[in-house]
Design a protein around this ligand. Sequence first.
Ligand code: PEP
Ligand code: CO
Length: 461
Amino acid sequence: MVDWSVNSWRNFPIKQVPEYSDKVKVVNVEKELSLRPPLVFAEEARRLRKRMADVAEGKAFLLQGGDCAESFAEHNANNIRDSFRVLLQMAVVLTFGSALPVVKIGRLAGQYSKPRSSPFEIIGDIELPSYRGDMVNDMEFNKNAREPNPERLIKVYDKSASTLNLLRAFASGGMADLTKLHEWNLEFVRGTKEAEKYKNLAAQITSSLEFMNACGMTPENTPQLRETEFYTSHEGLLLNYEEALTRKDTITEEKGWFATSAHMLWIGDRTRAIDEAHIEYMRGIANPIGLKCGPSTDPDDLLRLIEKLNPLNQAGRLTLIARMGVNDIHKKLKPLVSAVKKSGLIVGWCCDPMHGNTVKASSGFKTRKMDDIMTEVKGFFDVHGEMNTVPGGVHFEMTGQNVTECVGGVYAVSESNLGDRYHTHCDPRLNATQSLELAFLLADLLAETRGKVGKPFSVIA
Ligand code: PEP
Ligand code: CO
């Protein structure tokens, strides 16, 4: 990598990072983090890059999901278990719909910092720095709480390490057992027109498992039925944290530098300027990375960014996460897909139907409508259908808890219910039943896509 080092990003302008008042404390924290063991191993990140190459080629489907912002207060085993379980249930439904392996990546074990549209928040006549995630400051609205504290970086490392430890245990220790996972609760569809469709699909999955069981494939003798690969990701926003955990791979020939805070990092929509610090840092790490593409993304700028982030045009290195909003998806995504297709640059395409669809309810709560989310996902599939390109995956903000943050769904959360269980530290998330509902919708879309092109996502040259 030409003219790159783990700290070369420090020579570039940077957005969305806190101004700490105690600079000596920052240096000490960075030093301490750089002595801590890596959270993930380079070989795992390399394996995920291979999986993402399959996603780009239509040989696998990506499911990336989890909290908008993890929080210290809600860091506990039950929450981690419930998010893991819902993600895996969604993955089972998607595997069935697509007849493809599903690559599972959590927005978990490190998703503690947030870019904000305004650096300040005003309530009444008081103006304070915005809350930027528990990695930076505290959500409470007072001067002390909103002061950025670098010691929070160490706490994020510790919390992430314990989350990851539990996720690894779940992935291989019995929580991923397919024969148990499919026992989801379909109560939420009772009495609706979707009920029959979902019940049929669920029944088909059950009979497939029974068939495999009859053929002698059981969780006891078939590791694929009881274990899974589960990866972690977060927005790589606080680059001093990422730098301290960036390590040289000494084991393989490749000898690259890997971010070891997570398997995959993504670049946010607000920090993707080509000549700024976030792009500089990300271009040098060897992990698979994501790039959020909002409605302001220009096709030519995007091509330059892809060339910079993936100069060797390596499959699996870069996934573009489109977050256009329901009204813009067709108009804004198609020129990007078209430009990338013409260029011959290899990327995976993923749909984030959350971040372009945040609205304010009359009650004042930030929310998202299930209808908008579903329509944007459909639009994403339509564009790829028209372009004969691969709709590689989806990116959701969700939780395993029964929150009331997004409105709609067959078990409808209405605007007037939003206050019942509105717990998010940042953006509104899908609850467990809304997540599963979305997975059923996706299974339908994936099955249709398969039908159209004859075999899973085969792209006609
Ligand atoms: C996010 O994924 O939480 C986020 C802030 O997204 P974006 O950068 O697309 O706005
Ligand atoms: Co968000």
